[in-house]
Design a protein around this ligand. Structure first.
Ligand code: PLP
Length: 452
């Protein structure tokens, strides 16, 4: 990719205005030092000092076809020239076509699309639809999950970001999903973990009262919390439990959807069809904000004669929808989903397992497609994480040192707690994947210094 001349002065001006006026997400404003980015292309971005980084984060796991794809950029420009905006109550070509293409790829009869501006809003509306459809108040969701930063979404989230806003929110109950490597059920095998996790969900429902529960909301593959592919049979088991109790089954595919796992949607790996499915991110690689809820026929019918009480000024924005249409066409024409599946299975997976064989700091490698996690540990025997849960400052120093080493080697890593996730664009080449893994290899030597 093209890398412009270094221009540190321009970078300093961008940085100064940012520090003076931009209030950043999830951050102590006085303790952060955001990198000033000058440009991006494909799987790379660069700063104003002439440093180029291979992006193993896809932004926030959303640029599934990389940066500045010319067909998507052109589609946005073309739509802007034709009809830059139009209110949601009208039928607009870009919106209709995006909905048709999305519905054509979602599993089962998830054929009606409610558009939002992103993932959190999609979760808000999925929960609202489930409550109205069932007439029940409660929502069950998993610990070790992330569902977004708005009111309902953050409260069903099962990670420490919830703690700031959750005053024991009425109607939200958390349960444990399966995760064999750090099993909450002390299981020895995947089969046992699956059976115990399903029994635990049954118990939770029994004690909460099945008639009070509107929805079970799960990430198909919990992403931010550690890329924990559920054991075979788990999601089918949840589907069966929900059916038995008249509970709406919501799968959140905001991160796992649109090719990330090597299929269009992760639910396909498990042969399950939820009642509602949320999406965002990869739907248009985030070139213009877009998310949505894919709705089954049964739930859509609830709102056939009765108005759905919810909406957004920018629902199905033409620029965002034009970007989605172009992105989906690019994914088809360039076989992006197939690339994610093949590179994951033949290159990234084997290479990461090979690293685990040499680096004592790698406790477990897990994933599929372009969706991989390295669980870093201080002690492989006890599986003690490389840093404690939710560590900050000095306690987090080993992970900070690992991340700094990646960056020195030209790799921008995804780091969350004691894990690094390998989540590059789904259309990277084999050479790019190998370049990134070589940088990870060098940085893991730094993490190894913090093992017992
Ligand atoms: N759901 C999942 C599974 C996510 O990973 C995310 C974001 O990372 C969200 C919801 C929230 O999406 P957004 O940040 O677009 O609101």
């Amino acid at each position: 990719p093209h890398v412009p001349h270094a221009d540190p002065q321009a970078g300093a001006a961008v940085k100064a205005a940012d520090r003076a006026h931009v209030f950043h997400s999830w951050s102590a404003q006085g303790l952060i030092d955001p990198l000033a980015v000058a440009g991006a292309e494909g799987a790379y971005f660069w700063d104003y000092d002439g440093n180029r980084y291979l992006d193993f984060t896809s932004g926030l796991v959303y640029t599934n076809i990389g940066y500045q794809h010319p067909r998507v950029v052109a589609a946005i420009q073309e739509q802007a020239g034709r009809l830059a905006t139009f209110a949601p109550a009208f039928a607009i070509e870009a919106r209709s076509e995006a909905a048709r293409l999305i519905a054509g790829r979602t599993p089962g009869d998830l054929d009606k699309i409610f558009f939002t501006n992103g993932g959190a809003e999609a979760v808000e509306h999925a929960v609202r639809m489930a409550r109205l459809h069932t007439g029940r108040p409660k929502v069950l969701s998993a610990y070790r999950s992330y569902h977004g930063g708005t009111a309902t979404a953050i409260n069903i989230t099962g990670d420490p970001r919830r703690w700031a806003s959750d005053a024991g929110t009425a109607g939200v109950v958390h349960f444990w999903g399966p995760f064999l490597y750090r099993s909450p059920f002390y299981s020895a095998t995947e089969e046992e973990e699956c059976a115990r996790a399903l029994a635990h969900l049954e118990d939770t429902i029994a004690f909460e009262g099945p008639g009070t529960i509107a929805a079970v909301v799960l990430e198909t593959v919990p992403g931010t919390a550690g890329i924990m592919t559920p054991p075979p049979g788990y999601l089918a088991g949840v589907r069966e439990i929900c059916d038995r109790h008249g509970i709406v089954f919501v799968l959140d595919e905001v991160m796992a959807g649109f090719g990330r796992t090597g299929r269009w949607f992760a639910a396909e790996h498990h042969g399950v069809v939820p009642d509602l499915m949320t999406f965002a991110k990869g739907v248009n690689s985030g070139y213009v904000p877009l998310g949505g809820v894919a709705i089954s026929g049964r739930i859509a019918a609830t709102f056939d004669k009765r108005p759905y009480p919810g909406g957004l000024t920018y629902s199905g924005h033409p620029l965002a929808c034009a970007a989605a249409v172009a992105t989906i066409q690019v994914m088809e024409d360039e076989k992006v989903v197939e690339n994610a599946a093949a590179l994951g299975e033949n290159v990234i997976g084997p290479a990461l397992r090979e690293l685990a064989g040499r680096h004592p700091s790698v406790g477990e490698v897990r994933g599929t497609g372009m969706f991989w996690a390295l669980d870093l540990v201080r002690d492989r025997e006890t599986r003690e994480p490389l840093v404690p849960y939710n560590a900050t400052g000095e306690a987090n120093a080993p992970m900070a040192a690992f991340a700094a080493a990646c960056k020195r080697n030209g790799l921008w890593p995804f780091v969350n707690m004691n894990r690094t996730h390998v989540v590059p664009a789904c259309n990277i080449t084999e050479a790019e994947a190998k370049e990134g893994i070589a940088a990870l290899d060098a940085a893991l030597t730094v993490a190894d210094e913090h093992t017992v």
